[in-house]
Design a binder for this molecule. Structure first.
Ligand SMILES: [Zn+2]
Length: 227
């Protein structure tokens, strides 16, 4: 399974005629927020693969989809699946997500307090429990916009990660957590960290991930992460 992950930055190599040559065969697209809808629409239409996404704090507050229903009139995002507090299954891969970042501008969309995030985790937790009963595990990949606190996050208020995400990772142990929000300005910055059994990846720009199903059917292993 090959996955294209994107966030935060329009990449000219993807927003151009050679996207297929650049990324190769892709099975699905995961978007972690702060990207213009025309860009996501372009990627989806050229690769012709499903998109699962969460919103970032800079995304326009379009009509909120009710659960997993397509967004009517939402600038080409009708074909995407919003994973915020929801789970989805794609070819045996269990996905879930949380949108937004820490509140720094009260009243703006897609900004949350730590206690609001805790409520989001409770809502998703019930759905993950259903996964566990049905498939034997909670989830394989968590996508978020913001990072967890202390891992690939920043010190200024808008870029400080959520403590609650750390508790989420300890409890549900996804194989991967993909986030954005924290911009990368030099090659020495850390963009991958192992936390328990979870590899946390900042996808700023884009990445191509390759996953392989475990022989015993207990989930997926990360084979490679590149760009
Ligand atoms: Zn952001």
């Amino acid at each position: 399974m090959r996955i294209l992950t994107v966030s935060d930055k329009v990449e000219p190599v993807l927003y151009g005629p050679y996207i297929r040559e650049r990324v190769g065969q892709i099975d699905l697209i995961l978007a972690c927020g702060d990207l213009p809808y025309y860009y996501l629409e372009y990627i989806v239409s050229l690769l012709d693969r499903p998109l699962y996404y969460v919103h970032g704090n800079h995304d326009k507050a379009i009509l909120r989809p009710s659960d997993l229903n397509p967004m009517p009139g939402a600038a080409g995002l009708g074909w995407g699946v919003n994973l915020h507090t929801h789970t989805a299954r794609h070819k045996g891969l269990l996905l879930a997500g949380f949108e937004g970042c820490r509140v720094y501008n009260p009243g703006a969309p897609y900004q949350y307090s730590e206690s609001q995030v805790q409520r989001q985790i409770l809502a998703l937790g019930l759905r993950l429990l259903a996964n566990r009963l049905r498939y034997g595990r909670y989830l394989d990949i968590l996508i978020t916009h913001a990072p967890p606190r202390g891992i690939q996050d920043g010190e200024d208020l808008p870029h400080r990660g959520f403590e609650s995400y750390l508790a989420f990772l300890r409890r549900y142990q996804p194989r991967l957590m993909i986030h954005g929000h924290q911009h990368i300005y030099n090659r020495n910055e850390t963009t991958e960290t192992d936390f328990g059994g979870t590899r946390i990846i900042n996808t700023f720009g884009y990445r191509v991930l390759e996953l392989a199903p475990r022989q015993d059917g207990s989930g997926w292993d990360l084979v490679s992460s590149s760009r």
